[in-house]
Each structure stands twice: as structure tokens, then as C-alpha cells.
Design a binder for this molecule. Structure first.
Ligand code: NOJ
Length: 753
């Protein structure tokens, strides 16, 4: 094994006091943390709270101050506790050697990275994975991402993002699990378990980070970084549950949010970080700020200057400063002048050291720096296979008129049209810091891998005509129609047209809000032009957020929601199009009919006038020019088979629990999977509750003609809610349960507890 650790082990033992001798091994992690803290100077403790990005990869605006020279100087003095955006054993090793060999105490660095949905082998974007409703597959996906990243020197991911959002204008909905707190909590739990495993010191696991605490998904008007104003009901019942789920799953770190919540920037919120997270939830890991968010409190109009921002952030419980340089520059002075109590520094540094101990970095700082493991793991076929598996499961069939899908595998002339059909980068999404551009399987390649049909490709219209960079806007083509004619000619002479349209991977993600949710550029025009010459169209959508698809829904016979599916995208889409995989995904976010309906979500609260009193009357909750209902509701998704629900019944009941069952039958001709969803309505509650809330789901597989009885148990946990003080309460009374294949399920029964 080529390991630097052998060369440096003796040095480490010398430098890292209390770490390698046999006595220290018998001490608990907390005892080791306390012993180490006692040996550290104030500046060294603050150093642990300082995180720098590499200079070659940045995932935020370049810092106003600071330079590589300053970073190296700080590194050598022990004034850096963590680096982000460094990857690859060689790079990690170099920096870790400086921290371990050249600083006074030799405290190892923790290396953070945005391992959001894969490292080099990319899985579907998180919103797409959420559409699988397959918790096991989601956990495996996170586990594989951790394994691959860990092999490249990373020991901490800035994931999962667990922000609930109801606003498709916000570009970052691609990074979360959608709009529902129940589904979001289950997924949050699965992702943390996947990244961290059962043993953080295992070199194939990495520390997870629940982000962005809290409220970021509710930014006003979906405009990036905007302020958030939400009431206590939404805060406790919608925003908080997935964060709490990550704590229950043992998450070791949190990241706070850029946004302000009810007038207080999350980074400076004592309520969020000290009171709720660290006191009420008993979280003993650490909180990292988001990129520059400590200093941004000045721009928020909350702190007078960076110095005051540092004071407010540390007092509020932000333990590590990502890229503001505010802690490293101001905290020592603030402590020495008596403004900041040193206990806050001890608490923050102690929390960071605790996670480093748990990762085993003090026992072996080079455990993530194994060249052999790096070569053997990165891009390994087993990771590609797993990526394909979850990619298929993430696809949602939105429409399939006259069973146009699945297509025959032989004898068809297929016209494949659309820039995204031949794109090998866009399916990877925007978080592709370590992945190779141009490395995904395209739809063109996927369809061609079935040799029985003749697939001809025509671009139709180019989508992006500028460079492709993580930190730069795209340049969407809105004028050049030179490809239309060839595409129309091809479509005319084909049996079926497969059109791959939607958003480029770089049109969603951070800094990528939109006010228009239609197909970008000239794609809608192209779709309509092709439809005029051949109506037999399968529309495959690539997108990172719900789109407005009214025209397509009205005219196009088959619509497949394929998001951005990662490295194996084209293969997954081909397997669904040809029926080798029967689609089973269900939407984790509502698709609106119009941007004007946004935010639109299934678990809204009733108004006092929800129903039309008589035709033509205006005094009820509605729009003059649009329906109230969405185009596709939360939880919706078709299959090549059909499922029937019957015999919903109460099996047993106590004062606080209810057991219900329902029979689900596969009434079609294909074997298929169904996500059986259970929603609860609390008829009278104070405060009033949503019209219904998801409170259970089960993923079942059924052969044609087969029936399964699916059972659910409801307890106070599912039937209660948080009141305005943030206390969880259960109010007995009248409830209804609804079970079915989406959030509009109408098979229901009423009960009283
Ligand atoms: C800013 C993003 O908001 C956050 O999610 C990410 O982890 C950091 N940048 C680091 O790249």
C-alpha cells in the first residue's frame, strides 16, 4: 500500500499530543478534545474555526481579501482548521502534510467538498433521486458518493441540502428533496446514513452536513439569496422536520443559510443555532457558515462591519467561518478586549476537533490519502451500475396517451431531436466540480445501444451558445433557427420522434433563479414545429425544477420527466423508453400551470372560501385566468401498468393510534412498482392544519393481476404537529385518511381519536 502515513507516523505522534500513545486511546473523544484544547493558544483555537477554499476551484465569489500566500502562511501557523474545494490524494496530502508536520501542534485539517450527488461518478440530481421515493436506493447513492470522494481525500461533504421549497423559480430546488417535509425528512435521514455509515472512522465514510439552516428554501419570490419571512407554523412544521431528521440520523455538521430569517441573518441567529439546534436538539457537532455569510451580515444591514459580524456570528453559534476571513482577522482581538467570551471559542473549536477525532484523523491524518484506493475506487464500474440503477428509478412518466410507450425495440425509424439529446455534460447537473465534463451517456448513445431500430439525430436548435462555467451565466440561443429545417425533414420521414428538451444542467442550481418556467430558448417553437409534421412524439424532459408544460401536456402523446440523471442518463432513459424498466417515479414537487400560481404545493391551508358558491361568482379563492389545480400534482407519476386501490379499512384503533390497510392491485399488463401514499387531514385543529399531509408511503412491486394488502400505522407522531411555540402536540379529534397513487388520492375514510 502506497501510503504517506508510514513515513510521517512518527512525526504525527510527536506533534499531536495525546493522540498516539496508548493512554490517549483509552480516553473518550470528549476527554481527548479537552486535553488538546488546554494545549492550544487562543489563535490556534480560532485557527480551527477558519476555513479556506483552494484557489483553483471556487464555489462562491472570490474573497475581497486574502491570497494564496496568506493562506499558506496561516496554514503553517496552524490558523486554518479546514479547506474546501481541494480534492485528489496528491493535493490533499500536500496540505495535510503542512498542517501535520509544520504547525506547532500538528492538528490535521478536515477537507470539505460539495459531494452533492456523486463525486466523479454522478448520480441523478437530488430532486430527481427524491422522485424515486426509494430510500434504500437513495442511501446507497450517498454511500457510493462518500466512498468515491473519500478515496480522493475528502472527509466531509456539504450535503445533504434538506431545504424544503415550494417555489420552482428558485434554482436550488434541484439540490433538495422537494416540497414535502415528511418525504424530505425520510430522504434527509437516508442521505446522512449513506454518507456517514455506522462508523465515521471508516475511511469509506465522510461527515455529512445538513444545510442550509434555516429557511433558505423560502426565499421571497424565488430570487436567490433573498430574505425569508415565515411564521412559526411553517418554520416548525415544514422547514424544521428534515433538519431534525438529520440530527436524529447522527449528522455531524450543519451549514447555516445565506438568507435572513424574519430579520435575522441565519448566520447570526442565536435562536436557530444555539437555542434550537445545540440546546433543544442536543447537537454536539459543529456549524459551518455558508460561503462568506459571516461578512455578508454587513450587506444584510445587520452588522456594522466585519468585526461586529464575527462577534455576532460566534456568539450565535456559527463555529466555522467559510471564506469570510472574519474570524481569523477579528476574533482574537475581540476576545482579548473582552467583547467576546473565550468560552464561545472553546465551544466552537472543541466541536470541530470532536468531529476530527471521530473521523479518526488524529489517529491517522493520512487515512484518506491512499493512492491505491483512489485508483481502484474512482469511476469504478460498480459505482456506474449503482448510478444507472437510481437513474432509472428517478424517471417519472407524466403522460402516455394510447400507450405510445414503451417503443418497440425493432423496425422503427426514430428521429431524435434536441440539443440536449446529444449532450454529455448537461445530464451531470451543475455540481460537477470533480466530474469530467462530457462524461455522461447521452440519450443518443443510450438509444443507439438498442441496435434493432434506426436512430437518426438532428439538433433542431442549439440551447447554449456561450461557454460553460460553474460561476458564469449561460448564453441561451433565442435567435438562431438554422437547425429547424433539417429536424423537420427528419421528423417527417420517421415513425416516431423522440425530442429531448428542457433546461441545461447549468440553468438550475445556486444563483440560477428564473421567472419563466417554460422551455428555454427556441425549444417550445421547435416542439410545435415538429408537432406540425409528426404528432407521434415522445418528449423527454431534462430539467432541475418543475416546468410549465401546458402546451406539451395538451398535444404531445408521451412525456417522460428525466431531470438531470447523471453519468448513466442516456442508458436509464433508453431502458425506460424501450420498457426494460417500467417507470415508477413520482413527483416530489408540484408542477404548476402557470408561474403565477407559484408557490404552489399540495399541503396548503384552506381559506374560508375554498369552493365556488355558484357559477360566475367572484367571492371565492380562485384566479380569474387560471385554475387552482396544478398541471401535475405532488406524488404523481404513471407506469406502463395501472394500479387499483380498494378496501381501505381500519384494522384497529386506540386512543392515539390507528392501523389502516388498503388493497392495491396491478390491473395492467406489466410488472410494476407503485408508491402507495397515505395522506392525513386533521379536520379541526388549533392552529389550523393543511388540507392534507403526507404521513406514510410504501414502495411495492406487483406482477400483473396481483394484489397486495398494504398496511400503515398512524400514531401521535403522524397525527400531531408543532404549535406556535415549537412544541409538538397531539389534539384528539376528527381526521381523514386518504390513500392512493398521488396527493389527489380520493379513497378515504374518516375516524375519530
Ligand atoms: C455556497 C452554497 O450555498 C453551499 O451550499 C455550498 O456548500 C458552499 N457554497 C460551498 O461550495
Amino acid at each position: 500500500m502506497i501510503k504517506a502515513k508510514l513515513t510521517f507516523l512518527s512525526t504525527i505522534c510527536f506533534f499531536v499530543l495525546n493522540s498516539c500513545d496508548s493512554k490517549s486511546k483509552t480516553l473518550s473523544v470528549n476527554e481527548r478534545v479537552s486535553a488538546l484544547l488546554k494545549q492550544m493558544t487562543l489563535e490556534e483555537k480560532i485557527g480551527q474555526m477558519n476555513q479556506y477554499s483552494s484557489f483553483w476551484d471556487v464555489t462562491g465569489p472570490a474573497p475581497k481579501e486574502g491570497s494564496a500566500a496568506i493562506q499558506f502562511d496561516h496554514l503553517k501557523k496552524g490558523y486554518v482548521g479546514s479547506m474546501l474545494n481541494v480534492h485528489g490524494v496528491e493535493n490533499v496530502l500536500k496540505l495535510q502534510q503542512i498542517a501535520v508536520e509544520e504547525t506547532r501542534l500538528g492538528i490535521p485539517l478536515i477537507f470539505g467538498f460539495d459531494v452533492i450527488h456523486g463525486f466523479k461518478t454522478i448520480s441523478p440530481i437530488p430532486l430527481a433521486e427524491a422522485a424515486s421515493w426509494d430510500l434504500e436506493a437513495i442511501e446507497t447513492s450517498a454511500k457510493n458518493a462518500a466512498k468515491e470522494a473519500a478515496a480522493a481525500g475528502i472527509n466531509w461533504t456539504f450535503a445533504p441540502m434538506v431545504d424544503i421549497s415550494r417555489d420552482a423559480r428558485w434554482g436550488r430546488v434541484m439540490e433538495g428533496a422537494g416540497e414535502d417535509p415528511y418525504l424530505g425528512s425520510k430522504i434527509a435521514h437516508a442521505r446522512v446514513k449513506g454518507f456517514q455509515g455506522d462508523d465515521l472512522s471508516n475511511p469509506s465514510t465522510i461527515a455529512a452536513c445538513a444545510k442550509h439552516f434555516a429557511g433558505y428554501g423560502f426565499i421571497e419570490s424565488g430570487k436567490e439569496y433573498n430574505a425569508v419571512d415565515v411564521g412559526t407554523q411553517t418554520l416548525h412544521n415544514v422547514i424544521m422536520p428534515p433538519f431534525k431528521a438529520t440530527v436524529d440520523a447522527g449528522v455531524r455538521t450543519f451549514m447555516n443559510s445565506f438568507s435572513q430569517l424574519n430579520g435575522v441573518p441565519a448566520t447570526g441567529s442565536k435562536y436557530l443555532q444555539r437555542d434550537l439546534l445545540k440546546r433543544d436538539w442536543n447537537f454536539d457537532g459543529f456549524v459551518v457558515s455558508d460561503w462568506g455569510s459571516i461578512e455578508e451580515m454587513v450587506e444584510h444591514g445587520y452588522a456594522e462591519n466585519a468585526k461586529e459580524a464575527a462577534q455576532l456570528a460566534v456568539e450565535a453559534g456559527s463555529d466555522m467561518d467559510m471564506q469570510s476571513l472574519a474570524y481569523v482577522e477579528h476574533l482574537a482581538g475581540l476576545v482579548k478586549s473582552g467583547v467576546v467570551d473565550e468560552k464561545h471559542i472553546d465551544d466552537a473549536a472543541g466541536r470541530i476537533l470532536r468531529v476530527k477525532f471521530e473521523l479518526g484523523l488524529f489517529d491517522d491524518p493520512y487515512k484518506y490519502c491512499d493512492y491505491t484506493r483512489e485508483t481502484a475506487t474512482i469511476g469504478n464500474t460498480s459505482l456506474q451500475d449503482a448510478s444507472l440503477d437510481i437513474a432509472k428509478k428517478s424517471i417519472v412518466l407524466l403522460k402516455n396517451k394510447n400507450q405510445l410507450l414503451p417503443l418497440k425495440k425493432e423496425g422503427l425509424n426514430i428521429a431524435l431531436i434536441g440539443d440536449l439529446a446529444d449532450d454529455k455534460t448537461s445530464p451531470l447537473g451543475n455540481w460537477i466540480l470533480a466530474a469530467e465534463k462530457n462524461s455522461a451517456v447521452s440519450v443518443l448513445e443510450g438509444l443507439k445501444s438498442y441496435p434493432g431500430n434506426n436512430v437518426e439525430y438532428s439538433v433542431g436548435t442549439t440551447l447554449n451558445i456561450g461557454p460553460l462555467q460553474f460561476a458564469k451565466e449561460l448564453n441561451i440561443n433565442t435567435t438562431d433557427k438554422s437547425g429547424f429545417a433539417a429536424a423537420l425533414n427528419l421528423a417527417k420521414t420517421s415513425d416516431v420522434v423522440v425530442m429531448v428538451l428542457g433546461e441545461h444542467g447549468f440553468q438550475s442550481g445556486e444563483g440560477r433563479s428564473r421567472t419563466n418556467l417554460g422551455l428555454p430558448g427556441l425549444q417550445q417553437e421547435l416542439l410545435e414545429a415538429v408537432y406540425n409534421v409528426n404528432k407521434n412524439i415522445v418528449l423527454v424532459l431534462n430539467n432541475g425544477r418543475p416546468l410549465v408544460l401546458n402546451w406539451a401536456n395538451e398535444h404531445i402523446p408521451a412525456i417522460v420527466e428525466a431531470w438531470q440523471l447523471g453519468s448513466q442518463s442516456g442508458n436509464a432513459i433508453a431502458q425506460v423508453v424501450y420498457g426494460d424498466y417500467n417507470p415508477s417515479g413520482k413527483l416530489p414537487m408540484t408542477f404548476p400551470r402557470s408561474v403565477g400560481q407559484v408557490p404552489i404545493y399540495y399541503n396548503y391551508k384552506s381559506t374560508g372560501r375554498p369552493n365556488l358558491p355558484s357559477p360566475g361568482e367572484v367571492f371565492w379563492t380562485h384566479y380569474q385566468d387560471e385554475e387552482n389545480t396544478p398541471l401535475y400534482p405532488f406524488g404523481y407519476g404513471l407506469s406502463y401498468t395501472t394500479f387499483e386501490y380498494q378496501n381501505l379499512k381500519i384494522e384497529s384503533q386506540t386512543d392515539t393510534t390507528l392501523d389502516v390497510s388498503v388493497e392495491v392491485t396491478n390491473s395492467g399488463n406489466f410488472e410494476g412498482k407503485e408508491v402507495v401514499q397515505l395522506y392525513v387531514k386533521d379536520h379541526f385543529a388549533r392552529p389550523a392544519q393543511a388540507v392534507r399531509n403526507l404521513k406514510g408511503f410504501k414502495l411495492i412491486n406487483l406482477q400483473p393481476g396481483a394484489t397486495k394488502t398494504v398496511q400503515f400505522k398512524l400514531t401521535e407522531k403522524e397525527l400531531g404537529f408543532y404549535n406556535s411555540n415549537g412544541d409538538f402536540i397531539f389534539q384528539p379529534g376528527e381526521f381523514s385518511v386518504f390513500i392512493g397513487g398521488d396527493s389527489t388520492a380520493d379513497l378515504s375514510l374518516k375516524f375519530k381519536l
